[in-house]
Design a protein around this ligand. Structure first.
Ligand code: PA5
Length: 525
């Protein structure tokens, strides 16, 4: 890369110690100029959003995650005090837990179990991985982020004898998400089996008046923290969703909020070259042709940022992956996001990035500071951190040689502030990109559809149990079961559900082989 191109297309943001290098993307000379009018419209839309417009029209909601970091920006005094009071309550609760004033049946809380999914888990998981330190944290953090029974058992095994000093934090904005409800019920059962009262070890983070909120009230849980309808799940890490676990862990939540506020200030600029989020959104637009034609590979060269790609996968794909634009046209928008960390991934799929199908652009994330203390030399004059950077530079160069574009983001170190810089940067870039592509980034009809579809399968499963039990001892094939439940066209689903029930011995159902696998029969005994 020539020094001239590098200096022309690399942007320094010393206020937040960030550098954004777009020089390896192949941007034409006048690209940013050609995007300027559209970016100005995006700034206008973002202004309106921050002032409380209904930026999520399908759900008729305001979009207010930026207010969390600067409550004074919230459009009404009520919202402003809601935000400040909630943050004060989070800190007060964490202080009481740390002092032992609020404690579990077996003493001061040593562990927390976060029960949530999607936007109600990914943020806390990312924060824990990025900022947690086993020897310094005030509590150990565990997650139930799925309805996988075995996954929950593994987590409970890690909690082990500490259950009586484990605080469960049940997080669900809607308060009705099946996976989270199941996790809560599974946890509750285990506490009760050990003679512990779940309500003495539980707090809720949820919308006021939700099903979860009602349970927390009626059972007298230790505390409840609100989730507002104007904060989306995937942008909720800097409200109670992320801040309650972080504060309990002993992380500096003021610094986290301050970091996001700093980035928000910077990314409100209407001078494109002074706005890293706008530059990023414009870069994505160029790299994907504004239509998601290329995937975004996130490669942080830092173990602590391992979950950033997973966090961004949700933030970007759930926000931008939309069937319709704001005018109702079918657009099937989105950008696919994947990645883990460098240099580890160089020993895996980076082979394809270098030589295979050129259907991606990479984002390298470089962290300047290697570690808190000194490093040994692994070769004369060379540290492990030098190798880490060497691998980043080498891979980037190899991609450039093969005309595979990349963006490089450089930050100073991984701290509560810099992690929030990254979060706020990408939140804003997603919002701006959504305007460039004219889509609603703040709803998730596909997620809701998935939730409903699972409910249908559960109901069909119950119908199968009923049908097989009514024909006790009589073995039926999948097509016969489908007929028996009044869904003759649903033999495939009848097979899948019956097979799962038989594997788990559910309702006394077993599988009877009958020649070819598809002729297998199922019987309730
Ligand atoms: O970002 C989103 O909106 C989703 O991923 C939700 O966070 C997820 O479905 C969980 O929903 P809830 O917090 O209502 O349980």
């Amino acid at each position: 890369m020539s020094w001239e191109t590098f200096t022309k297309l690399s942007f320094q943001f010393s206020e937040v110690g960030l550098e954004l290098d777009l020089s390896r993307l192949g941007l034409p000379e006048d690209y940013l100029g050609s995007m300027e009018a559209r970016l100005q419209s995006a700034y206008e839309a973002m202004d309106a959003l921050e002032k409380g417009s209904i930026a999520n029209p399908d759900e008729n909601r305001m979009v207010g995650h930026y207010w969390l970091r600067d409550a004074a920006l919230a459009p009404t005094p009520e919202l402003q005090s809601d935000i400040s009071e909630t943050f004060a309550k989070i800190k007060e609760f964490a202080a009481k837990v740390h002092s032992g004033e609020v404690k579990g049946s077996k003493g001061a809380f040593t562990d927390i179990l976060v029960i949530g999914i999607g936007g109600s888990a990914l943020g806390p998981q990312f924060i824990d991985k990025a900022l947690g330190s086993p020897s310094k944290d005030k509590v150990r953090v565990h997650f139930f982020d799925n309805t996988d029974p075995d996954g929950m058992d593994v987590t409970l095994d890690a909690i082990g004898e500490n259950l009586g000093s484990t605080l469960s934090i049940v997080i669900s904005k809607s308060g009705g998400t099946a996976e989270t409800r199941n996790g809560m019920l599974e946890a509750k059962t285990v506490y009760e089996k050990k003679g512990l009262k779940f309500s003495d070890h539980a707090v809720a983070v949820t919308g006021i008046g939700s099903k979860l909120d009602s349970v927390a009230v009626s059972e007298g849980w230790l505390e409840r923290f609100p989730m507002w309808d104007w904060v989306g799940g995937r942008t909720s890490v800097l409200c109670a969703v992320g801040l309650v676990p972080a504060a309990l862990q002993g992380l500096d939540i003021d610094a986290m909020l301050e970091g996001a506020k700093e980035m928000d200030t910077l990314t409100r600029s209407k001078v494109t070259t002074e706005n890293p989020a706008a530059l990023l959104a414009a870069a994505w637009y160029f790299a994907t042709n504004g239509k998601g034609e290329k995937d975004m590979v996130i490669l942080p060269y830092k173990d602590r940022l391992l979950l950033f790609s997973r966090y961004l996968q949700q933030l970007i794909m759930e926000s931008l992956g939309k069937e319709f634009d704001l005018d109702g046209n079918v657009v099937n928008q989105g950008i696919a996001v994947y990645g883990n960390k460098g240099s580890t991934d160089q020993h895996a799929y980076v082979q394809q990035l270098r030589e295979g199908v050129p259907n991606f652009f990479a984002t390298f994330i470089e962290v300047l500071k290697d570690r808190a203390g000194d490093s040994i030399e692994v070769d004369s004059g060379v540290t492990s951190g030098d190798f880490l950077q060497g691998f980043l530079l080498g891979t980037r160069e190899a991609l450039t040689e093969k005309n595979r574009g990349s963006v490089t983001l450089t930050t100073t170190e991984v701290t509560p502030k810099t992690v929030s810089h990254l979060i706020a940067l990408y939140e804003r870039a997603v919002g701006l990109y959504a305007t460039l592509t004219n889509i609603n980034a703040y709803h998730q009809p596909g997620v809701e559809a998935g939730k409903k579809a699972a409910g249908v399968a559960i109901d069909t499963g119950l119908a199968i149990i009923k049908a097989l039990k009514s024909k006790k001892g009589e073995a039926l094939s999948a097509p016969e079961i489908a007929v028996a439940i009044g869904q003759p066209d649903n033999a495939e689903i009848a097979y899948k559900l019956s097979n799962h029930m038989a594997a788990n011995g559910k309702a006394g159902i077993s599988r009877v082989e009958n020649g070819a696998w598809f002729d297998a029969k199922f019987v309730a005994n």
